[in-house]
Design a protein around this ligand. Structure first.
Ligand code: HEC
Ligand code: HEC
Length: 385
């Protein structure tokens, strides 16, 4: 993976665990914005939402180990319109999308058995000669995100047991239920802020209403989940107000639910336990899987000893494959009788962000207007120069 200064640009398109913009949820009245309606030069990725197009760009970047401006002209940094210009790599990438589609149709019954990542594995040129070092060397450490339930094994602990232990570790069901509003202050630092720590605010209400604000130099970047619908209004997105839906809304809802974890068990469905043993940072973790209402699969990793939640991974579909969004939680401190994580690291295919809370208040009065659909941002500019 090449990580140069242009790598910053990869944060272009996402805020927190939300990748991107404008899918329209069925229950919201807003119309879905298709990629070809928002962008100027879409030739093969038609019929998907503009939001899914951006997820697809993340899939390309991760699979080939590229920055946005490796395929797009450098002027795209700072100007969304310039992403429309064609380059040799863009043209090849279009051909590759069609090639992969054909291979999957003709050989795997249309199932997405092959993706860009299968061949490219993080490099521009797939390797053609087998590596003796890989064959005989010691294998790299296992990625805990990759553990899956294979066959029918009896779980050592059920989903209910692991979730109950989590609530217990936080301070117990009574304490957890007693916190019904919350404000947090801190800093947000990511590729989209050029790694500068910017002031960050959260306003939340049980069971799952949450607004977060990153105070960027160019204006406030606001993400709101009002319990049903979700929006992003940010000066660094290609549209001034993005209505989220489907799997992207799942990310907002998860963040809101985890702020008031009493509702976690009910807010997700199809809970599964029984994953093989795995570790994060040399610590044993217990893994649960669940499905969110928008359809995305979510893995939750609980510290084997303390029982606290240390990671979530959410899987979102794109036009060419599934992309993960990972959030790591640490630095738990007691607020209003409940343990809350003060340090968050959000990692997705085209960026990483760190949130450090400096102050969390339990049960403050908050104006309900905080969770209303935000006003559109002004002056859209793509991140970068
Ligand atoms: C492997 C090459 C590749 C990489 C890397 C890549 N893109 Fe793209 N991008 C494309 C292709 C190809 C298209 C056109 C798709 C089509 O024609 O259907 C496109 C289209 C776009 C468009 C639509 C432009 C318009 O107005 O038509 C935007 C915006 C965009 N990309 C942003 C990004 C961002 C942001 C990143 C980094 C996260 C990125 N791209 C990474 C290949 C790439
Ligand atoms: C079946 C294997 C395979 C898959 C799947 C695949 N590629 Fe490729 N790709 C190749 C090969 C082989 C090359 C040519 C490398 C060379 O010329 O040495 C290539 C080249 C490229 C190049 C040009 C590299 C250069 O240096 O000019 C781009 C861009 C690219 N692929 C994008 C993609 C994207 C995007 C996807 C997914 C939609 C994808 N590829 C899927 C095998 C694959």
């Amino acid at each position: 993976m090449r990580l140069g200064p242009t790598r910053m640009l990869l944060g272009a398109v996402a805020t927190l665990s939300v990748s991107l913009w404008c899918v329209t949820p069925a229950r919201s009245q807003e119309k879905p914005q298709l990629a070809e309606e928002v962008f100027k030069n879409i030739q093969v990725l038609k019929g998907i939402s503009a939001n899914e197009l951006m997820g697809t760009m993340g899939f390309f970047s991760a699979s080939l180990g590229l920055n946005c401006t490796d395929c797009h002209i450098s002027e795209s940094s700072g100007d969304w319109g310039k992403y429309a210009d064609d380059t040799a790599l863009k043209r090849t990438a279009r051909r590759m999308v069609q090639m992969v589609d054909t291979i999957n149709k003709e050989n795997f019954g249309g199932r997405r058995a092959l993706t860009c990542y299968s061949c490219h594995r993080g490099s521009l040129r797939p390797r053609v000669i087998p590596s003796l070092m890989e064959q005989y060397g010691s294998p790299p450490p296992e990625d805990p995100n990759n553990v899956e339930i294979v066959g029918r094994n009896t779980p050592t602990a059920s989903a209910d047991q692991i979730l109950d232990k989590y609530i217990q570790a936080l301070g117990g069901a009574k304490a957890v239920a007693s916190v019904t509003t919350l404000t947090a202050k801190g800093t947000y630092q990511g590729f989209d802020t050029d790694l500068e720590a910017r002031p960050f605010d959260v306003f939340a209400k049980a069971p799952a209403l949450r607004t977060s604000v990153i105070h960027l130099h160019s204006g406030d970047s606001i993400t709101t989940y009002d319990g049903r619908g979700g929006w992003i209004a940010s000066p660094d997105k290609p549209s001034p107000l993005i209505a989220l839906g489907g799997e992207d809304l799942d990310g907002l809802k998860l963040d809101a639910t985890l702020t008031f974890p009493a509702g976690l068990k009910q807010s997700l469905g199809q809970w599964r336990a029984g994953f093989p043993k795995t570790q994060i940072d040399d610590r044993d973790v217990q893994v649960l899987q669940a499905t969110a209402s928008g359809g995305s699969r979510i893995k939750l990793f609980f510290d084997g000893r303390s029982g606290l939640l240390v990671r979530t991974v959410r899987y979102t579909d794109t036009a060419v494959g599934v992309i993960p969004t990972q959030t790591d939680y640490s630095d738990y401190r007691v607020v209003g009788g409940v343990k809350m994580p003060f340090h968050w690291v959000v990692t997705w295919t085209d960026g990483q962000a760190t949130i450090d809370m400096t102050e969390i208040k339990a049960n403050p009065e908050i104006d309900a207007a905080r969770w209303a659909k935000p006003a559109p941002a002004t002056a859209q500019k793509s991140p970068g120069k």
